[in-house]
Design a protein around this ligand. Structure first.
Ligand code: ADP
Length: 181
């Protein structure tokens, strides 16, 4: 699942994974739990996350490779937040082969709506990286580093675009429709 911060990836990925009976693997959640548990990885990742920058590829990739080898991922998984740049996409292919990702689902939402949603989430949930300055940086990082993945998957004929505006059930319905095709 691809999309800018605030597009609703986490919410939709969780529902979709439940509907498909596969694990929802969110690298953001995994990293936040490492920070909360004060693991070595958490300590190394924390400053990058608080600034809204990407955690270095080698740290995140090692975490994901490890997770994908666990038993519950054998019959499929929904990756949310990974890969986040073309180097991570390549690392995944290198580790598991070309079939590692069947489809990239791109949730599309325009920038103004994103900022509004993220500021609101910051107020409601108190996530450390949902303050206005950090949000702007996350959107810039997305444009510079993650948006090139759209082209990466499109050129490999593995991209589906889904409009992310609307209610949660509306967007979910569109995702199900795309998967049924
Ligand atoms: P969002 O997409 O809303 O910004 P995430 O929960 O997906 O939120 O990610 C939060 C933070 O975790 C990112 O800003 C980044 O610091 C870190 N992160 C998550 N996934 C990756 C990844 N694949 N590579 C590098 N950093 C990551």
């Amino acid at each position: 699942m691809l999309g800018p911060p605030g597009a609703g990836k986490g919410t939709q990925a969780e529902r979709l994974a439940r509907a498909l009976g596969i694990p929802h693997l969110s690298t953001g959640d995994m990293l936040r739990s490492n920070v909360a548990n004060e693991t070595d990885l958490g300590r190394q990742a924390q400053a990058f996350m608080e600034a809204g920058d990407l955690v270095p590829d080698e740290l995140v990739t090692a975490m994901v490779i490890d997770r994908l080898q666990q038993e519950d991922a054998v019959c499929g998984y929904l990756l949310d937040g990974y890969p986040r740049n073309p180097a991570q996409a390549e690392a995944l292919v290198e580790a598991f082969g070309d079939e590692v990702l069947e489809l990239a689902l791109m949730l599309e939402v325009d920038a103004e709506e994103l900022i509004q949603r993220l500021v609101l989430r910051g107020e409601e949930q108190g996530r450390a990286d949902d303050t206005e300055d950090v949000i702007r940086n996350r959107l810039d990082v997305y444009e510079e580093q993650t948006a090139p993945l759209v082209e990466y998957y499109e050129s490999r004929d593995r991209l589906a675009r889904v409009q992310g505006l609307g209610t949660i059930p509306e967007v979910f319905g569109r995702l199900i429709e795309v998967l049924a095709q």
